[in-house]
Design a protein around this ligand. Structure first.
Ligand SMILES: [Zn+2]
Ligand SMILES: [Zn+2]
Length: 485
């Protein structure tokens, strides 16, 4: 089906070249008897000098037809998946509590005949499809919703309220980050890749990850023995629905998402009567000073041009006007790219909190606890080079250059744990007309983005774009076959 096809995948730099009879003939002559699969190390040594040239040719040729044909022939009817999406959207689950969503994912994989592992690091699910020699490609979707009250007005909007197991508080729940699109598109892409298995060789690992919003789900799966249950990947892939025009896909090499550190802080004052502050130590004043002073870190201590964000997202103390409370709690979120800047910002946060407590004369030291921490997501340049070529051939003008974002992810841990390269890309969920109008008016910043109670990806072509992007990316890094069977 591919016609002449050549697969080259050197360490960290896989390459798929489709539809170049002359190149394929040359390789066939050089490597007699290699059958359908060409060993990567040999091929890359021989072929790399022509790789750049060939890739450029590929961009302007009709070679993308091979991938397009595979997607169009094997993409399942997406209408049932749209129903799955609506059901997931109306029934989101909080981080670490994704029991029903995981069951949906596991059922899909089981029905398809994948080797399925459940309850990894909580409700993590892994499906393995072994399909002959070749690389192992891991594709990941996250499953959790957020404690947000949905205000989209959609007929399938979430009205759910559940108890958060972390703090026992009953909360609204919403798929405000669009992880329902990730679960749906990976289920459909797993279906497509299973149906198209005569066109590729290798091992596909589909991961449905819990607790991404807490940035601890990937780590939990690894600690719980993920890589004792499934093969270690050679390549790791993930995607995220974004505030972008639906149908579009955004990719970039290098920094994509920031490192994240979330801190819980408790300041200890000395409580007493609100009319007698002179015999108390007021933690509210200390907290106010800390919040103000923290803003000086980015403006005064970080190199201009380097990205850093310090946000105090929560401050709580006391419950009455006439009582000075005895403690105050802060929740901080810190985002950076550069590891040196990250260390410097974290050190400054600790220094300021402790110094403000000293300045107020507190007796007890503040408690500063790291509640979550994730490294920056930095896309592998070699993989992006290859993926950009196949995405560009398929998505054409809908492929855009992504901007680095200040959001964070923990999926890169699934790759760095085993030294594998990784790529994450974005795909658009914003209605096309809404997007175009906002661009014309210069109001794109006002459109609802991830985590907004109004974030409502249009179902199509968002799902189809996500399915195609994930399947295409997996096919890019798996070995192709020179002919269908
Ligand atoms: Zn999110
Ligand atoms: Zn997300």
């Amino acid at each position: 089906m591919h016609g002449a096809e050549l697969i080259c995948a050197s360490k960290g730099e896989p390459l798929v070249i489709v539809g170049f009879p002359s190149i394929a003939v040359v390789i066939a002559i050089i490597l007699p008897g290699q059958g359908e699969f060409v060993p990567r190390s040999i091929v890359c040594t021989l072929v790399e000098p022509v790789v750049e040239f060939t890739m450029r040719l590929q961009l302007s040729s009709s070679s993308d037809m091979a991938y397009g044909e595979i997607l169009n022939k094997y993409r399942p009817d997406l209408r049932p998946f749209e129903d799955v999406y609506r059901r997931l959207h109306s029934s989101p689950e909080l981080s670490g509590q994704e029991e029903q969503t995981a069951a949906v994912a596991a059922e899909f994989l089981t029905d398809l005949g994948y080797e399925v592992h459940t309850h990894i690091g909580g409700y993590g699910v892994a499906g393995v499809l072994r399909n002959g020699p070749g690389p192992t490609v891991l594709v990941r979707a996250d499953m959790d919703g957020l404690p947000v009250e949905e205000k989209t007005g959609l007929p399938y909007a979430s009205k759910k309220r559940v108890k958060d197991a972390r703090d026992g508080v009953v909360k609204h729940v919403m798929h405000a980050c669009g992880h329902d699109t990730h679960v749906t598109t990976l289920a459909a892409a797993a279906t497509l890749l299973h149906s198209a298995r005569s066109h590729w060789s290798g091992t596909l690992v589909c991961i449905f990850q819990p607790a991404e919003e807490h940035l601890d789900g990937a780590k939990a799966m690894i600690v719980d023995g993920l890589y004792e249950k499934v093969p270690k990947p050679d390549y790791v892939l993930a995607q995220h629905v974004m505030k972008m025009r639906t149908g579009s896909v955004g990719i970039r090499a290098g920094p994509m998402l920031t490192a994240s550190d979330a801190l819980d802080v408790r300041i200890f004052g000395k409580g007493g009567h609100g009319s007698a502050p002179h015999v108390c130590i007021d933690p509210v004043l200390i907290g106010a000073s800390i919040v103000t002073r923290l803003q000086s870190i980015v403006s005064r201590e970080v190199t201009p041009g380097q990205l850093a964000v310090v946000t105090c997202g929560s401050i709580h103390a006391g419950n009455a006007a006439n009582i000075i409370p005895d403690h105050l709690d802060l929740q901080l979120s810190i985002r950076t790219y550069n590891p040196i800047i990250r260390e410097r910002v974290l050190a400054a946060v600790h220094r300021i909190i402790e110094a403000e407590c000293d300045a107020a004369g507190t007796v007890e030291k503040p408690v500063i606890k790291t509640v979550s921490s994730a490294p920056a997501t930095v896309n592998d340049e070699g993989m992006v080079k290859i993926l950009r070529a196949t995405f560009c051939s398929y998505f054409k003008e809908d492929l855009v250059e992504a901007e680095p974002a200040t959001a964070s992810e923990d999926f890169s841990l699934l790759a760095t744990e085993v030294g594998a390269p990784y790529v994450m890309w974005g795909f658009g969920g914003t209605d096309a007309k809404t997007w175009d109008d906002a661009v014309a008016k210069g109001t794109v910043d006002k459109l609802p983005s991830n985590h907004s109670p109004y974030f409502a990806p249009v179902i199509e072509p968002t799902l189809r774009t996500g399915v195609d992007a994930m399947a295409l990316a997996a096919l890019t890094f798996l070995w192709g076959k020179t002919s269908s069977q």
